[in-house]
Ligand binder design. Structure first.
Ligand SMILES: *[C@@H]1O[C@H](CO)[C@@H](O)[C@H](O)[C@H]1NC(C)=O
Length: 280
């Protein structure tokens, strides 16, 4: 009896350790949700790929829902002529008043830059786009795309460099995603009606299938506080440190190509309140 109890506690311990680190294995953390065999998990669960052909795109979603934490994923985007394709990687809750935190990668013809499109929805309302070029070719290697989601802010990071901060501005009446747990979703689909140069460049189906790769998913809950494996300042402190603030300014100055907060034409009645309060 004693030994079966020990066996049971060992099992519990092992599964606790696995679920609290929640990293790596795609079989364990994600379901392939559409696109039949266009979505694949391989290398023993370490690698996932999505592909798109003329008939269909594909997608996956997390088995679990998350409420606050740091989520890292490495992506290698569709190489070559990826014009017309969109790789979306985002967090979302369900329902008409859903919350959402988006990364979308808009492809381009060979040699021309991808656009990284970001948006934050709170209680069903988005319209908070910021777009960026990247300072590297996202199709050559894996790069890390992260979201730090806390009650006080959302930070988007690329290779640990903050590119966008969306602060909680509930005190001035701006809804903030903080009551609805979200799942992680990703999909690769055809959006040649708008994605590349506003829909001017169409998908070249002779180059299909288009494939994007994923690895090294990692989730750290916000409650893990002083977790020693995550001594990254952007995560630990409530505000960005001086280095992160400098990097954020560098990205926003040289790589940001659209910011809803400066789009006066779009908001003739006045910019959204969170834009008036600070630069970000
Ligand atoms: C594609 O390349 C063109 C020309 O360099 C550029 O204007 C555009 O922003 C790029 N990205 C997308 C997704 O259209």
């Amino acid at each position: 009896m004693g030994s079966s109890f020990n066996g049971f506690s060992l099992l519990v311990l092992v599964s606790l350790v696995i679920s609290s680190t929640a990293s790596g294995d795609f079989y364990q953390n994600f379901d392939l949700t559409w696109g039949d065999n266009r979505a694949k998990i391989f290398n023993g669960g370490k690698l996932l790929s999505l592909s798109l052909d003329k008939i269909s795109g594909s997608g996956f979603q997390s088995k679990k829902e998350y409420l606050f934490g740091r989520i890292d994923m490495q992506l290698k985007l569709v190489a070559g002529n990826s014009a017309g394709t969109v790789t979306a990687y985002y967090l979302s809750s369900q329902g008409p008043t859903h919350d959402e935190i988006d990364f979308e990668f808009l492809g381009n013809v060979t040699g021309e830059p991808y656009i990284l499109h970001t948006n934050v929805y709170a209680q069903g309302k988005g319209d908070r786009e910021q777009q960026f070029y990247l300072w590297f070719d996202p199709t050559r290697n894996f790069h890390t795309y992260s979201i730090i989601w806390k009650p006080q802010h959302i930070i988007y990071l690329v290779d640990n460099i903050p590119i966008r901060v969306f602060k909680n501005a509930e005190s001035i009446g701006v809804p903030f995603p903080k009551n609805q747990p979200m799942r992680i979703y990703s999909s690769l689909w055809n959006a040649d009606d708008w994605a590349t140069r506003g829909g001017l460049v169409k998908t070249d189906w002779t180059k299909a299938p288009f494939t994007a790769y994923y690895r090294n998913f990692n989730f750290v809950p916000a409650t893990s506080g002083s977790s020693s494996s995550y001594s990254r300042s952007a995560w630990e402190s409530e505000e960005l440190d001086a280095t992160s603030r400098r990097r954020l300014r560098w990205v926003q100055k040289y790589f940001m190509i659209y910011n809803y907060c400066t789009d006066l034409k779009r908001f003739p009645q006045g910019l959204p309140p969170e834009c008036r309060r600070s630069r970000f």
